[in-house]
Design a protein around this ligand. Structure first.
Ligand code: TK8
Length: 352
């Protein structure tokens, strides 16, 4: 009985405290109630960030840096919650959730974004960027910014480019040194026309699929192989279901850090600045970690028991030869003038 009374008393205090808070904030958060009872509490915001990769990946480490920065600099006015391993859905579903305003941040590869704005398909052209540094210079320059800005019409705010990195091929059937070795292998690609076409041209049997379904598909033999950067192959333990990695580096994938425009438009100016700055602060560190992992984890794959094949220049050229026909085929689709401008700019940055 005494216990019950105490509970009732506590409940009453809680109700009074809540009543003292005035209107409940639109976004759930832990609101401090201390201070002058009459003061309107400051509106608080919740950012839910979801990605497809796991919590070991440099992409998640980038989100952790962002969370730390945002929560500190906003003095708790923004809370950020992180979800990995497709907990909130796959890349396309999460982009749609952003457009509807039911999720605030996601960070897909550029490939699925090309269904929204075709110009993003330039990043899928094989062997486009000669180095990570040139890729960053291009992405952080006028061309990259223009593509980010273009997403606003589609309900998405492009905050920054992070790095996924150079993509390499894995499979469970045989060592691949030449396009002939790829013949007939079922390869999962991202959901993107150029990737499909490129692997078809190489003689493989490509099939598009969201990342979240990939591991099981490899495990069950629905596909023989896939392509992703070394850090993903290593950190997602693909060696459990794949025996061979070939370091093709056929595409450099940027991650595009996206925010819901519905949410962005609600944010006060000062918080917008904090979010944008956090995206850049995390970008720098995220790219550094990504590059470190890309180097270190090649050896890691061998330790996990995979056969890792480095191609000779000649062998690589056999893969590159297919590229020119891919560019020709898709140039019109992407916009011929635009592709030419992009190629010119990359050339310029390469010579710098
Ligand atoms: C994660 C994906 C992934 C990408 C892919 O959601 O789909 O293969 O490389 O990292 O964005």
């Amino acid at each position: 009985m005494k216990h019950l009374k105490k509970t009732m008393a506590l409940l009453l205090v809680a109700v009074l405290l809540l009543a003292g808070c005035g209107s409940t904030p639109a976004q759930p958060s832990e609101q401090e109630t201390g201070g002058a009872a009459a003061a309107e509490p400051e509106k608080t915001y919740l950012i839910r960030a979801g990605i497809g990769l796991n919590d070991q990946h440099p992409q998640y480490l980038g989100l952790e840096i962002m969370k730390e920065y945002i929560e500190r600099e906003s003095n708790g006015r923004i809370e950020m919650q992180l979800f990995h391993s497709s907990q909130l859905g796959d890349d396309i579903q999460m982009m749609e959730a952003l457009q509807m305003g039911s999720q605030e941040i996601t960070c897909p590869s550029s490939a699925p974004i090309s269904s929204i704005d075709k110009r993003n398909m330039v990043f899928d052209l094989p062997f486009l960027f000669p180095s990570e540094e040139v890729a960053s210079a291009f992405l952080d320059g006028a061309f990259g910014q223009e593509l980010l800005d273009g997403l606003e019409d589609h309900g998405l705010v492009g905050l920054a480019y992070w790095e996924n990195g150079y993509r390499h091929l894995t499979n469970s059937v045989r060592e691949v040194r030449t396009p002939e070795d790829l013949r007939g292998l079922k390869i999962r690609t991202m959901e993107n026309q150029i990737h499909l076409d490129f692997f078809r041209e190489l003689g493989a049997n490509p099939t598009p699929m969201p990342f979240g379904e990939l591991f099981t598909a490899m495990q069950q033999g629905v596909v023989d192989g896939q392509e992703n950067p070394v850090s993903t192959i290593y950190l997602q333990s693909f060696s459990e279901v794949q025996d061979y990695t070939t370091l093709t580096g056929h595409v450099y994938s940027p991650f595009v850090l996206l925010m819901s425009k519905v949410f962005w438009d609600e944010l006060p100016e000062d918080l917008k600045e904090i979010v944008q700055e956090a995206a850049y602060v995390a970008q720098e560190e995220q790219r550094r970690i990504s590059r470190e992992y890309a180097d270190e984890m090649v050896e890691g794959l061998r330790e996990q028991g995979m056969t890792v094949t480095e191609l000779t220049l000649e062998e690589l050229q056999a893969f590159q030869q297919v590229t020119s026909s891919t560019i020709d085929k898709f140039k019109g689709d992407i916009g011929a003038d635009y592709v030419d401008q992009v190629l010119e700019e990359i050339q310029r940055l390469t010579n710098e």
